[in-house]
Design a protein around this ligand. Structure first.
Ligand SMILES: [Zn+2]
Length: 257
């Protein structure tokens, strides 16, 4: 909930952050999933991107200082998942941390035998519960090219998943989605992908989705926006539920081209 005074200040700051029509068109046209938006959707995306630029903090890391030209594409891509559901879905985090390229991060994993593995690996993005969204700008620029890779959507799907607690592939559902429908459809699709991978069959979506239900939700969200025809062909039930969750139909956008 935000009070009217904060809303008015935010609206004023968003006016100041509004990208010009030409620079916003350049950002949209550089990415298939944004280029598919119609005029009304682009106008809405531009306003949401301006509010994100006004409301969130953007910090550099690893010696990198992001400028407007780096923050604007992040904000534009970040506005896509919430185009119809609104920015309340991002209320639990305040900050984007931007690296120029992939960054090293500590990890700790417990395997099926209960053994803890610790180490460092290279990452394109990270999302912390109530914490920052961390992104590699090189990966932001590779996102949204129509091959199902979209690091901004991926990390923000984790943030949406975090809205009702741990990231577990079960975000807060709108009234029109039945709890059972979501659980049964996502569980069956997740098990199918794991079985395919175990059988050595090439997966139709990024096999990273088989890491956990949370990664399955984040990866299928990437495909939903960036390669919708692949997701709809592979897992029509998952496509339908994501369409109800995000209140968007990227496949219809593609078909009207
Ligand atoms: Zn993830």
């Amino acid at each position: 909930m935000i009070g009217w005074l904060r809303r008015r200040r935010l609206s004023h700051r968003a006016d100041e952050m509004m990208p010009s029509a030409a620079e916003f068109a350049a950002v949209c046209n550089a990415s298939r999933c944004l280029a598919l938006l119609n005029g009304r959707e682009r106008q809405r995306l531009r306003r949401l991107a301006a509010i994100i630029l006004a409301d969130k903090e953007f910090h550099g890391a690893g010696g990198f200082q992001p400028g407007w030209e780096h923050c604007l594409p992040v904000a534009a891509h970040a506005a896509l998942p919430v185009l119809e559901i609104g920015l309340g879905a991002y209320e639990q985090f305040r900050t984007f941390i931007l690296y120029e390229d992939e960054f090293e991060s500590d990890f700790e994993e417990i395997d099926e035998a209960g053994v803890v593995h610790r180490g460092r690996d290279l990452r394109a993005g990270e999302a912390w519960q109530r914490g920052p969204v961390v992104l590699s700008l090189a990966d932001v620029h590779q996102s949204g090219q129509g091959d199902g890779y979209h690091v901004v959507v991926h990390e923000l799907a984790h943030q949406i998943d975090h809205l009702n607690g741990d990231a577990d592939g079960y975000p807060p559902l709108p009234r029109q989605i039945a709890h059972r429908d979501w659980v049964d459809t996502f569980s069956a699709a997740y098990r199918r992908l794991k079985r395919q991978i175990e059988a050595g069959i090439e997966a139709a979506i990024d096999p990273y989705a088989a890491e956990s239900p949370a990664e399955f939700f984040a990866v299928t969200s990437e495909f939903f926006f960036d390669w919708p025809e692949r997701l709809a062909d592979t897992e029509a039930g998952v496509y339908r539920l994501l369409s109800e969750l995000y209140q968007q139909d990227p496949l219809a956008r593609l078909q009207r081209q």
